[in-house]
Design a protein. Structure first.
Length: 259
């Protein structure tokens, strides 16, 4: 892990909030996964997304990525609609499960290079700037030595680093990370926390779903308690107050049924 990276990440500052959810409601058939979620994130911040299993964290990310269709409400990224924002590469996403066939013979460098596709023409010819972005991203997550390794030959923590590197290589103003610390060792968690803090210092906005309450203050400037809706959006200290945690974790995790 290096801290002596070049301060190259200068995403075009979007106008307006980095991310805005306006009464976002998502249903799966009769299950209301998100119920009128309002949220605004300012640029250059790390925001934790905290809630029980089934509280709607992954659904929120999927709605921003256009992978699920809202029943109601609106999402904007830097003041523009998600379709245009995604097309321009303004949002990078590290899913909870990568959906990757680990036996497929693909190298670490190639996975990270896919983060550059939005910057390349339809022929996807990598230019020098793409190679530099990939090398820099691998350096940031401490995976340079593994650049030519097959992805299937990595540990779980190393794979997480590679998928974070792919998001970094994209150089998107907004990064969404769905439980990046799940199943990784402490060394990787500490290292990734530092990487994410560095990205925010460079002006990126990060929304990070996490179960790690002990590391919340270290990682985040602010946090959201989610339980199908926003229970609280405040500082990590406010979110960690026992009475507030009880509102999210003490509450029923049963999804609401609607007629
Ligand atoms: N594809 C799906 N079909 C039906 N229900 C789903 C689907 N995905 C998620 N859900 C339900 O939506 C709710 C929120 O799930 P999810 O967004 O995955 O929560 P989290 O990521 O916080 O664990 C849960 O009740 C879950 O069972
Ligand atoms: Mg999830």
């Amino acid at each position: 892990m290096t801290r002596s990276h070049t301060p190259h990440l200068a995403p075009d500052r979007p106008s307006g909030p980095a991310l805005r959810l306006d009464h976002l409601t998502v249903r799966y058939d009769t299950v209301v996964a998100l119920d009128g979620v309002n949220l605004e994130l300012d640029p250059g911040r790390v925001c934790g997304l905290v809630g029980t299993n089934g509280s709607g964290k992954s659904t929120l990310f999927k709605a921003v990525m256009g992978l699920v269709k809202p029943y109601e409400g609106e999402v904007t990224i830097g003041g523009i609609g998600i379709t245009a924002a995604r097309k321009s590469g303004a949002v990078a996403y590290v899913p909870q499960a990568e959906g990757v066939d680990w036996d497929f013979p693909v190298g670490v460098r190639d996975v990270v290079m896919t983060g550059r596709y939005g910057h390349q023409g339809w022929m996807r010819r990598a230019r020098r700037v793409d190679h530099e972005a990939v090398a820099d991203a691998l350096e940031r997550v401490g995976m340079t030595a593994f650049a030519h390794r097959q992805i299937g030959q990595l540990s779980g923590g190393q794979r997480k680093r590679v998928f974070v590197a792919r998001a970094i290589a994209q150089r998107a103003p907004l990064l969404l990370l769905d439980e990046p610390f799940a199943g990784v060792d402490t060394t990787t968690q500490v290292a990734l926390t530092e990487v994410l803090r560095d990205l925010a210092a460079d002006g990126h906005t990060l929304l990070v779903a996490t179960h790690d309450l002990a590391g919340l203050s270290q990682l985040c400037d602010e946090a959201v308690l989610l339980q199908g809706r926003v229970i609280l959006h405040g500082t990590p200290d406010e979110v960690l107050l026992p009475e507030n945690l009880a509102r999210a974790f003490g509450a029923s995790t049963e999804p609401q049924e609607v007629a």
